[in-house]
Design a binder for this molecule. Structure first.
Ligand code: COA
Length: 254
């Protein structure tokens, strides 16, 4: 599909979010394409490493809000949840390059990437509460583990945005570089990984994840059930309608 570009070369599968006019927000079709590509790559001997990247001005503005209003995910096999399970269980190294806005799932998906490189223009936010929703992607488990409970609450309950430098200091990204260099750096690191023995990469990633993976999948299920229910409730409907109508939401009745 044209909103997700796939390129495979020398053992590296690159998935490029390519919907810049909509700030690379993810539609149902894009989730399905990403899930299918990752699942196929997991068992394709020709793929040793995967890279997820966006444009140097924008990584991903989260779920396509209009699409979510029109066709909310129906059950655990909805493409968004298939995508989340695919990145959480991807057995090979996963590298991300993030420039510009990385919002909602555009930020939480990074918690599943092994190496994350950020442009100095990266602008992260987890605005789930502000949208009348709850976080997803196992992020309610992974984020406090990575950065501590208080900082996670600041980012998730208050929905405070954070910069590339903040993300570096919190250990959420590996390196910050000028945006024009970010995708190239991710590609170079992916090429280094692809030259290493795949069996060692697979074993090491499996050990790094350890028993955590089952806990993450369980948490993703819990989050997904709540998230799907909340999407139909008044607060989310008001927040998403307000975004589409370019006005501030009114939560006085929610
Ligand atoms: N879903 C659907 N459309 C989106 C979108 C999203 N998540 N994010 C951006 N767009 C659309 C905008 O509606 C706008 O459409 P228009 O040209 O028809 O007016 C277009 O993409 C450009 O976005 P705009 O907001 O004008 O760009 P910006 O540079 O001023 O701001 C963001 C970029 C990412 C900060 C801002 O678009 C944003 O906050 N998006 C929503 C993020 C969000 O809440 N995601 C979580 C969803 S669960």
């Amino acid at each position: 599909m044209t909103d997700i570009l796939t390129h495979q070369e020398a053992g590296v599968l690159t998935l490029t979010l390519h919907r810049v006019e909509r700030k690379n927000s993810l539609s149902t079709a894009m989730y399905a394409a990403l899930a299918d590509a990752l699942n196929a790559a997991a068992s394709d001997a020709a793929v040793r490493v995967a890279v997820i990247q966006g444009h140097e001005t924008v990584f991903c503005a989260g779920n396509d809000i209009e699409d979510f209003l029109r066709q909310p995910p129906a059950g655990p096999d909805a493409p968004v949840f298939r995508f989340l399970r695919a990145i959480a269980t991807f057995p090979k190294p996963l590298v991300a390059a993030v420039c510009g806005p990385a919002v909602g799932i555009g930020a939480t998906l990074l918690l599943h990437c092994d190496l994350v490189y950020a442009g100095d223009n990266a602008a992260f936010s987890l605005p789930f509460v502000n949208l009348g929703l709850c976080p997803e992607a196992g992020s309610t488990l992974l984020l406090p583990q990575r950065i501590g409970a208080h900082r996670a609450a600041q980012l998730m309950l208050l929905g405070e945005p954070f910069t590339a430098q903040d993300a570096l200091e919190m250990g959420l990204v590996n390196r910050v570089v000028p945006p024009a260099e970010c995708n190239a750096l991710a590609q170079a690191q992916a090429a280094r990984l692809a030259s290493k023995p795949l069996s060692s990469l697979l074993a090491t990633k499996q050990l790094l994840k350890g028993e955590q993976q089952a806990a993450v999948l369980r948490r993703m299920e819990e989050e997904g059930a709540l998230f799907s229910r909340m999407l139909h409730e008044p607060a989310a409907k008001e927040a998403m309608t307000a975004f589409m109508e370019k006005r501030a939401p009114d939560f006085s009745k929610c």
